[in-house]
Design a protein around this ligand. Structure first.
Ligand SMILES: [Zn+2]
Ligand SMILES: [Zn+2]
Length: 382
């Protein structure tokens, strides 16, 4: 449903007009080809799901025994260790494991459960240890961290996107020392927009203390001048290509386009397109979800693939018009992020099940990955 229609529906609810509409207009209908993006919280739903947003995901449990959670999380780790992400022929056990993870992470109290917190912390810790011992000699390795966070490494540079420690819930975060280890492994960090599941002042300060650029949308943290004055704000534009020198990686730089994206009408989102010295190009979208109508962000999203040969696109899994976005960018490979953002309530904790559903009609190679997993990209494979 277009954003404008949702806004109309919300306005109608607020004014009580909805009650005057014929009952048929509020009846649940379902089109299996509909990716169910932008479903309103109060949209009609069948009785067996808790929210209309969760029609394409198996119903969640209100709670579960610790023994089942503990065994399930160990089984998930076991399966993911033995069946690695694949862009073309994913082993079916991986999907079973990721959907079991959905089951656990959709228990409303999951972020408060020590078992879940430890699972999250251990996976990120293991990924950082893997990053520390991995030297890339060809292609590009991409680690998926939390929540829409990635670390990209090529033979000459490493850079990160949207690294955050976790969420506000006490216990669901990684330590400052682990964040410092991540920063030591990257030459720069890109922040897409101000929301807590993408941007973190402590992380930015750690990178700056190591003489590593922090690239962000103009105005980010303007209320904290000592921090804001050290950020790099590339001009938001569909054409300007910025050369960003990497202070800690002497002589190396990244070529960057900061596309002028949005989340809703007001939040500025930089859709960063980054090209490495080897000529690999990646795009991370943040929470890009702008107006789908004429004159909106899709006008330039539709041209990215014309202007750049993009290797890997890292979109938010719940983006409105995910298919339009992927076709516009036309990457060789898609790696979604933002699944199971634990700071969101269950109806908005978009899961792996929905990612599979949304990627299904798009027909681009797209390995579905969880926290801490990585994928080695070689251009000749795609
Ligand atoms: Zn956001
Ligand atoms: Zn977000």
């Amino acid at each position: 449903m277009p954003l404008s229609l949702i806004l109309l529906a919300l306005a109608a609810t607020a004014s009580g007009l909805l009650a005057q509409q014929p009952a048929a207009a509020r009846t649940f209908t379902f089109d299996p080809a509909d990716p169910r993006e932008n479903v309103a919280d109060d949209a009609p739903k069948p009785p067996f799901v808790s929210s209309a947003r969760r029609v394409t995901t198996a119903p969640e449990l209100p709670d579960a025994p610790d023994e089942w959670i503990a065994n399930s999380l160990q089984w998930v780790n076991f399966v993911l260790e033995h069946y690695r992400p694949s862009a073309r022929a994913e082993h079916p056990l991986r999907r079973a494991a990721l959907i079991r993870l959905d089951d656990i992470l959709h228990i409303p109290s999951a972020p408060e459960k020590p078992l879940v917190q430890k699972f999250y912390q251990d996976r990120i810790e293991q990924a950082v240890a893997d990053i520390e011992r991995t030297k890339v000699t060809e292609g590009m390795r991409i680690w998926k961290l939390y929540n829409h966070g990635f670390l990209v490494r090529t033979p000459t540079v490493s850079f990160a996107f949207d690294i955050v420690p976790g969420i506000r819930t006490v216990g669901f975060k990684v330590s400052k020392s682990l964040l410092e280890r991540i920063a030591r492994q990257a030459d720069a960090i890109f922040i897409s927009h101000l929301h807590n599941d993408h941007a973190n002042k402590d992380v930015a300060r750690i990178f700056l203390s190591m003489n590593k650029p922090v690239i962000a949308p103009e105005g980010l943290w303007a209320d904290t001048p000592d921090l804001a004055s050290k950020l790099t704000y590339p001009k938001r534009s569909t054409s300007a290509v910025h050369d960003i020198p990497l202070g800690s990686n002497i002589g190396k730089s990244l070529k960057v386009v900061a596309y002028p994206g949005h989340q809703g009408p007001r939040v500025l989102v930089n859709v960063h397109l980054v090209t490495t010295p080897e000529g690999f190009t990646v795009v991370q979208t943040g929470d890009q979800s702008g107006d789908p109508g004429p004159g909106g962000d899709f006008d330039w999203i539709a041209q990215i693939g014309r202007d750049h040969k993009v290797d890997v696109l890292m979109p938010n899994c719940w983006a409105n018009g995910l298919g339009r976005m992927v076709r516009g960018v036309n990457p060789r490979l898609v790696i979604t992020g933002h699944e199971n953002e634990m700071g969101h309530n269950v109806a908005h904790r978009e899961d792996y099940t929905q990612t599979y559903n949304r990627l299904f009609p798009i027909h681009y190679p797209a390995p579905v990955m969880t926290w801490g997993e990585s994928f080695h990209y070689r251009r000749d494979d795609f």
